[in-house]
Ligand binder design. Sequence first.
Ligand SMILES: [Zn+2]
Ligand SMILES: [Zn+2]
Ligand SMILES: [Zn+2]
Length: 144
Amino acid sequence: MTIICTTCKEDKEVSFFSKDISKAQGYRTICKECENKKSRERYKNNKEKYKKIEKDKRARNRKENMKRIVELTNLTCSWCGFQHTSTAPFAWHHIDATTKDYDVSTLMRLSNKEKLEEELEKCVFICHNCHDIEHERLREEEGK
Ligand SMILES: [Zn+2]
Ligand SMILES: [Zn+2]
Ligand SMILES: [Zn+2]
């Protein structure tokens, strides 16, 4: 006995089909090969969907955290007063480098706001110019 698979339209031996007592002929109308292919596709689609959800979540976290940072900093360098419309020319400088647990940029992508605020507490929001000067100073200090 053979069955024509509804998906690939091929006429195949019943051994290529899974048994299904709810069907008239006692077998499924889609061959095992097509079934496997479909489940692989479904798995891939789910994985992509999941990846997209994760990506959206990270983007949302970032947006929310960014709002909070704008609130906190007014996008102004705490040292020289330089202002900008984005965080691009600024850095979170850890006042005491030994207290650093995470990179602020990493925390920005996560939903743990407490952790973020905790980390920000240890930092000053300064422009890259001030940051460079400060690190230069620290290097010199260490060199002494
Ligand atoms: Zn088939
Ligand atoms: Zn720094
Ligand atoms: Zn500055």
